[in-house]
Ligand binder design. Structure first.
Ligand SMILES: *Cc1c(COP(=O)(O)O)cnc(C)c1O
Length: 375
């Protein structure tokens, strides 16, 4: 048993207005996957993202990626290029569709998909008679990927992009919000994301008809008929009206949460600046990160482990950077284009507590751990 209170990596942070929207759902008795909070939350997101996009809210980000692949017609034996440096939910939906992920490694400026390696992979797949059907690119930890480079390669080879913006609500590239750069884009509102609906996600499209199709597929694909006629396979993927109510309340605080998480990053950088071997990922020009998680790179695997286990002892949750997908046993046989960068990030990197509800005392405890190890 720990005597010190736990400091979480990214803990839910309620704003206080969420309950009001939930009360509306109770008053209207829409304790269901339909109701005014759902359309309200969708309108809030559409307004926030701008760029004339249409949003369908769903019960997870994973469901959103799955529907995106279905809407793009990805099926059995197709290949889909995926960022290897990510959380597994970015890639699993490719398997749900019976397709094959092709893993592409990262660059060092944003830690996201390397455009040069992407083009090498596309050319190589084409030469093998397997032109990729889609590209799933991820804004990891809130840092936008190289949008222009990735999009121009996608356009050159006419391959649609699914933008996994699960960690990047509020991030932007050249002042345009992440979530608006893909042919289809997704968000997540899981418990540890920048805003939470307890569990939830969203699919974003430029076309009203695709939004409607996503909603149709997410509600069991029931045809317009009184007697439950089905001519498509559907899913039970729609968001609950209660969850959407939480989302509406959370949206009111989004800008505040982004500012606080960005402040966390600056505070860490300032208070750790005496330790030369600790490195941070600064924003390249035009890239604005919501700083969902602040991550640092140490000088070696053993130093990272020393640090991580010390945090654990102090009841502070930290986490190595994602174990890349090409290191996952379940993806050991898929095609991969690897340059060693995500392996190194995984070995040397640590995600630090980054919630928008960290206290000054929490920070003192966290910095103390660094001083113990590096001081
Ligand atoms: C969280 C996350 C997802 C999945 O979202 P869920 O809502 O948890 O299903 C997908 N991709 C990335 C990069 C994530 O961090």
């Amino acid at each position: 048993m720990h005597t010190k209170t736990k400091i979480w990596l990214s803990h839910p942070h309620m704003f206080g207005k969420e309950q009001r929207f939930i009360d509306v759902a109770f008053r209207e008795n829409f304790i269901a996957p339909c109701g005014s909070n759902i359309s309200g939350f969708e309108a809030d997101l559409e307004h926030y993202l701008k760029q004339d996009c249409f949003v369908a809210v769903l019960n997870s980000g994973t469901a959103a990626i799955h529907l995106a692949l279905i809407l793009l017609g990805i099926g059995k034996n197709d290949e889909v290029i995926c960022q290897s440096n990510t959380f597994i939910a970015s890639v699993n939906p490719v398997i749900y569709q019976g397709a094959t992920p092709v893993l592409v490694d990262s660059e060092t400026d944003t830690w996201n998909m390397c455009p040069e390696l992407l083009e090498i992979a596309i050319k190589d797949r084409i030469s093998k008679g397997k032109k990729p059907k889609a590209i799933i690119a991820v804004h990891l930890y809130g840092m936008p990927y190289k949008v222009e480079e990735i999009n121009s390669i996608a356009e050159k080879y006419e391959i649609p992009v699914v933008e996994d913006s699960a960690e990047a609500l509020g991030s932007s590239y050249k002042n345009q919000k992440c979530g608006t750069f893909g042919d289809l884009s997704i968000l997540s509102f899981n418990g540890n994301k920048i805003i939470t609906t307890s569990g939830g996600g969203a699919l974003i499209t430029k076309h009203k008809a695709l939004k409607e199709k996503a909603i149709f597929l997410s509600t069991q694909a029931k045809d317009k008929s009184v007697d439950y006629l089905h001519s498509n396979i559907g899913y039970n993927y729609r968001m609950s009206n209660i969850s959407a109510g939480i989302g509406r309340g959370q949206m009111l605080a989004l800008d505040k949460y982004i500012n606080t998480r960005r402040q966390n990053y600056s505070l860490y950088k300032e208070r750790l600046k005496e330790f030369d071997s600790i490195r941070f990922l600064d924003e390249p020009k035009h890239h604005f990160s919501n700083r969902w998680l602040t991550c640092v790179l140490t000088e070696s695997f053993s130093k990272r482990e020393e640090l991580r286990t010390f945090f654990e002892k102090e009841n502070i949750e930290t986490r190595p950077l994602w174990k890349p997908m090409h290191q996952q046993p379940i993806f050991k046989d898929v095609p991969k284009y690897i340059n060693g960068i995500s392996d190194e990030l995984h070995n040397k990197g640590l995600c630090l507590p980054s919630g928008s509800n960290l206290t000054e005392n929490d920070f003192d405890r966290i910095i103390h751990c660094f001083t113990e190890i590096y001081g």
